[in-house]
Design a protein around this ligand. Structure first.
Ligand code: A3D
Length: 320
């Protein structure tokens, strides 16, 4: 069986990390595309030179030519600008919308059968625009955010309970931003929901509330520490999990930004919801039952996503 081909559009901090993990896992051969000359070539060569030590045979190539992504099975998009301290994800909108247009056209021309995973912020609006610009089927264009936000939530909870991260499951839904919705009722330690753990005296409601707040601001916490950019190790690991579930048809149930077509009473927008991710891309959207508080938080988050979409349409009326 021929090797899979993974195209990384954007070879910055996340793109380089994606290339390293994808190669180490032998998910396929890796093409790094970037407009910055030398960066994708240099990162590709550096990673390839580690392959004899780590023992993997993935081939890596850096390029400025979209022709080199031809026939890619997966395209992971990080092209654009990342947040600097004091910048919100929304400040990135104007710059990154133009980038999504050129990336969408490049993918449409050279890799129309790929699964496309968008990471560029502001995530929900950018993946929505990327799907429109590329014209690829909705089930094959997804946004990465929920896995990362849930991983942060899981990590903080595992720390609080002093248990393995593997024993903690958590769902963070909604748009990727300060309005995201960490679902406490659906988050568990070995299947025991958090509200039960509060009753059992494992933690307090105040501590859970503080962890929820830290999760919502998890991206900003890293930006504040790094000062020169945003998180890249955990975002890359999250997107690789999505690519792996697609390539291996694992059908993981994971929160991703997916295009809704009636689910949750919403249409024609991307927002974070649990999906089954397999060989057909988004194979099913899971409709979680919300209580009134959760519904209010989800609605607020959707309203924030809609605002960004409207701002996109103002900047590029072809999206309307
Ligand atoms: P960075 O290291 O700046 O890399 C971005 C790369 O994109 C640079 O190498 C640029 O040269 C390249 N680029 C710019 N324009 C184009 C273009 N038109 N075509 C191809 N390449 C281009 O950023 P990063 O890797 O740290 O972050 C990438 C994106 O991910 C940013 O928008 C971040 O805000 C976003 N991000 C999202 C999450 C989510 O959870 C959704 C988390 C972290 C970062």
């Amino acid at each position: 069986m021929a090797r899979k081909k993974i195209a990384l559009i954007g070879a910055g901090m996340i793109g380089g990390t994606l290339a390293h993990i994808a190669a180490q896992k032998e998910l396929g051969d890796v093409v790094l595309f970037d407009i910055a000359e030398g960066i994708p070539e240099g990162k590709g060569l550096d990673i390839a030179e580690s392959s004899p030590i780590d023992g993997y045979d993935s081939r890596l190539k850096g390029t400025q030519d979209y022709k080199d992504i031809a026939g890619a099975d997966v395209c992971i998009v990080t092209a654009g600008v990342a947040r600097k301290p004091g910048m919100s994800r929304d400040d990135l909108l104007g710059i990154n919308l133009k980038v999504m247009k050129s990336v969408g056209e490049g993918i449409k021309a050279h890799a129309p059968n790929a699964l496309v995973i968008c990471i560029t912020n502001p995530l929900d609006a950018m993946v929505w625009a990327l799907q429109k610009f590329s014209g690829l089927p909705e089930n094959k264009v997804l946004g990465m955010a929920g896995i990362l936000d849930s991983a942060r939530f899981r990590y903080f909870l595992a720390e609080e309970f002093d248990v393995s991260v593997e024993s903690v499951t958590a769902f963070v839904l909604g748009g990727h931003g300060d309005t995201m919705v960490p679902l406490v009722r659906y988050s568990t330690v070995a299947g025991i929901p958090l509200p039960d753990l509060v009753e059992m005296g494992w933690t307090s409601q105040d501590k859970i509330d503080a962890i929820v707040e830290r999760t919502r601001k998890g991206g900003g916490e890293i930006v504040g520490l790094l000062k020169t950019g945003s998180a890249y190790y955990a975002p890359a690991a999250s997107a690789i999990q999505m690519a792996e579930s697609y390539i291996k048809d694992k059908k993981l149930v994971v929160p991703c930004a997916a295009k809704l077509s009636g689910q949750y009473g919403l249409k024609d927008l991307y927002v974070g919801v649990p999906i089954v991710l397999g060989a057909d891309g988004c194979e099913r959207i899971v409709e979680v039952k919300f209580n009134p508080d959760e519904k209010e938080m989800f609605d607020n988050s959707v309203a924030a996503v809609k605002e960004l979409m409207e701002a996109c349409v103002k900047l590029d009326p072809s999206l309307g």
